[in-house]
Design a protein around this ligand. Structure first.
Ligand SMILES: Cc1cc2nc3c(=O)[nH]c(=O)nc-3n(C[C@H](O)[C@H](O)[C@H](O)COP(=O)(O)O)c2cc1C
Length: 173
């Protein structure tokens, strides 16, 4: 069975990015397993001295999930004109392993603006030799205005864009 691992760059309860990932889960065909990763907060600060074949437990567990995944969705806000620290920290742990190499990735940056984080992530994913799928990267600005008070997406154009990019991503895995 094909497996998708979805990772949110926001640790916030009620996060818009987490809600987008939940929305994508509803668009996933029944024959594809879709899992939202929930342990990003457990990844320790990157330490090259500990970056071995026997890394901290949470890092080893995530590397295994990534290797087993047919494709990865990353959905993140931008903080202070950059990639949220905990997401970048996790990606740093993945440089030495082959977890992202040639792995189909769908990249969504949903933020107030998000341009800097989106561009930086494309560079970082390039450094990891990930395969950011053609047509499966999307920047969603003004994200809070596109959701209702319960965190449901209510902007039709955004929902159409998500459907389009997710289809491209699904075709690639
Ligand atoms: C510390 C902090 C810094 C932020 N800096 C930016 C920024 O530089 N650019 C931007 O587009 N949004 C910025 N935002 C706003 C976030 O994009 C917005 O809060 C977004 O909804 C967070 O995603 P979430 O709902 O998934 O938690 C910032 C938010 C916080 C808390």
């Amino acid at each position: 069975m094909k497996k998708i691992l979805a990772i949110s760059g926001s640790l916030r309860a009620g996060s818009s990015n987490h809600n987008i990932l939940k929305h994508l889960g509803t668009l996933t065909p029944a024959d594809v397993e879709y899992t939202i990763y929930t342990d990003l907060a457990q990844i320790p600060p990157f330490d090259p001295g500990l970056d071995s074949d026997n890394p901290p437990t949470s890092v080893a567990a995530l590397r295994k999930l990534l290797v087993e995944a047919s494709g990865i969705v990353i959905c993140t806000p931008e903080y202070a004109c950059g990639v949220p620290g905990q997401l970048k920290n996790m990606l740093d742990w993945m440089v030495s392993s082959s977890s992202f190499v040639d792995k189909p990735v769908c990249l969504i940056t949903a933020s107030s603006s998000g341009t800097h984080a989106h561009a930086a992530l494309l560079l970082t994913l390039g450094a990891l030799s990930a395969n950011v799928v053609d047509g499966a990267a999307l920047l969603i600005p003004f994200i809070r205005a596109k959701m209702d008070a319960d965190g449901n997406l209510v902007d039709e154009e955004t929902m159409e864009s998500l459907k389009r990019i997710f289809k491209e991503f699904l075709n690639s895995i």
